[in-house]
Design a protein around this ligand. Structure first.
Ligand SMILES: Nc1ncnc2c1ncn2[C@@H]1O[C@H](COP(=O)(O)OP(=O)(O)OP(=O)(O)O)[C@@H](O)[C@H]1O
Ligand SMILES: [Mg+2]
Length: 495
């Protein structure tokens, strides 16, 4: 088949105050190809696709679709051209049902009366064609991140999509769910839908894409046939340096027990028991929905405990709120950074300073110099890309928002850190920085609980792994028994 250019984006430039997000980027997309877009956090990937979807206006450039030329695309035009986007941040309405979300703006009605059954029937049909089961009547607020993702995809499929853009669609998904998504993408590929795919998981790029384009600091580095690329070449193009040993070595020593959890129950999870040692990274594996986040929220005091006991050293610990927990040195860094992790309307500096006020103030007066140093140090060590610390977090790229969440807590107060998916949406270079930081925290005696759906990360970083399945603890793996098979068989409840 002759490759036919369906979409051509020419000389796209977008300037934000202090940031040249896109600098004269030109890219062509073939009809029916899966084209990956890669680059570090803040490189300009999301900005590029927002230009295509009409969410933002470029300062310069033109777009050719099917031979027609547009200086600018509006959301309405995008829709009529069959361009659909699944954004990094979900766009669902939590109070509405799954079916209502899929057909929002497009609800089947007759004589002005909403045909709810028809809507739910069609929604069920779309999920069936996707090979997944989601209850069309369920309120979206009750769904896990993975299921919200599936609803987003169903929403795009309910329209006559020709160009499907996915901005880090697999970030919240587990391995099985990623496979469902990839099967779906292959089906769309056969129907000659053009897919633009953004992901920080390089394995996926090789698995699913025909071609790959690299963007660095708002500029195009190049477009390549994926088959001609290697992982090393791709990383080199993205970060401009070599990265070896994703999982750094550590000299850390495992210390005494700092937390004991005995038959903790709550939030639909039963009888979780473990001992956590200072300097240890205790991994939590399992499928999405296994109850890992849920039980950690109970431990943290964000949700009610039904029964069970927790001790910190020899003191009973029964946090009834996150405040109590943080005061006791137990901090949870949530997976859903938009809703729980940062205050989007505050600056980077304020977000980082907020939990560290004791360290930088004296009798309630903030020491400006100390604050600037604290914030500056965190921004440097995590390489947070922003024109200044006074930038609002809302305006940062997805990965950089995630880094601000981490920076808030890495600066100081915690003795026990619970990380829920610590590197989701984070580029390869910074991932390694975060791993190094985790090790250096452990070297100071801090204990880490790490929930991770990234198998390599779980196996590469943990000292022991607890696996949950459907709300119960299936087992604890010691380092010498670590393997992907061992985790998966426990995660699926097969022992
Ligand atoms: N509304 C905005 N105001 C100011 N700056 C912005 C705005 N939106 C994006 N930027 C900046 O533009 C740059 C590119 O951001 P973009 O979101 O496109 O990055 P990205 O490649 O998608 O990164 P990530 O992998 O972290 O999602 C970043 O430096 C970001 O801070
Ligand atoms: Mg992005």
């Amino acid at each position: 088949m002759q490759d036919r250019v369906l979409l051509s984006m020419q000389h796209i430039t977008k300037q934000y105050p202090g940031v040249l997000a896109l600098d004269d980027v030109s890219l062509d997309f073939y009809e029916g190809e899966t084209h990956a877009l890669v680059g570090e956090n803040g490189a300009g990937k999301s900005t590029f696709i927002k230009v295509l979807s009409g969410a933002i206006r470029p300062d310069e450039g033109e777009i050719h679709i099917n031979g027609f030329r547009y200086n600018e695309i509006t959301p309405l035009l995008a829709r009529s051209l069959g361009i659909e986007v699944i954004y990094q941040e979900f766009n669902l309405m939590p109070a509405l049902s799954v079916a209502e979300n899929i057909f929002v703006g497009n609800i089947p009605a007759q004589y002005g009366i909403v045909n709810r059954m028809e809507m739910e029937r069609r929604a069920a049909g779309i999920f069936e064609s996707m090979g997944v089961f989601v209850d069309p009547q369920a309120p979206v607020a009750d769904l896990s991140m993975a299921y919200m993702q599936l609803v987003e995809i169903a929403k795009a499929l309910s329209k006559n999509v020709r160009i499907l853009i996915m901005d880090e669609p697999t970030a919240p998904l587990t391995k099985n769910e990623v496979e469902i998504l990839f099967r779906l993408m292959k089906r769309l590929h056969e129907k000659h839908v053009t897919i633009i795919y953004i992901s920080h998981r390089l394995n996926e790029i090789f698995q699913i894409s025909d071609r790959v384009s690299i963007i660095r600091d708002g500029q195009k580095i190049g477009t390549y046939l994926t088959a001609d690329m290697s992982r090393e070449k791709l990383i080199w193009g993205m970060v401009g340096r070599e990265i070896t040993d994703t999982f750094p070595k550590s000299e850390k020593k495992i210390g005494d027990v700092v937390m004991r959890v005995d038959k903790l129950c709550g939030n639909g999870v039963q009888d979780v028991s473990f001992e956590l040692h200072g300097g240890e990274i205790l991994g939590f594996g399992g499928l999405v929905g296994a109850g890992r986040t849920e039980i950690m929220r109970v431990l943290f005091g964000a949700d009610m405990r039904d029964s069970g006991a927790v001790w910190l050293s020899d003191k009973e610990f029964n946090a009834r709120s996150p405040y109590e927990s943080i005061a006791a040195g137990v901090v949870l860094i949530p997976e859903d950074r938009k809703r729980q992790g940062v205050v989007l309307n505050l600056t980077i500096a304020d977000n980082i300073a907020l939990p560290n006020l004791d360290a930088i103030s004296h009798f309630s007066v903030i020491n400006g110099a100390a604050e600037r140093k604290l914030v500056g140090d965190q921004m440097t060590s995590l390489r947070i890309v922003a024109p200044s610390a006074m930038q609002k977090v809302r305006n940062l790229s997805g990965g950089n928002q995630q880094k601000v969440v981490l920076a808030k807590w890495l600066a100081g107060v915690a003795k026990i850190l619970i990380f829920d998916e610590p590197t989701r949406g984070i580029d390869v270079g910074v991932k390694q920085e975060i791993y190094k930081l985790m090790h250096s925290l452990c070297e100071k005696g801090i204990a880490i609980i790490m929930i991770s759906s990234d198998m390599e990360e779980l196996l590469g970083m943990s000292d022991r792994i607890i696996v949950l399945c459907e709300g119960t603890q299936e087992g604890i793996l010691q380092k010498e028994n670590f393997s992907q098979e061992a985790v998966l068989s426990l995660a699926s409840g097969k022992q």
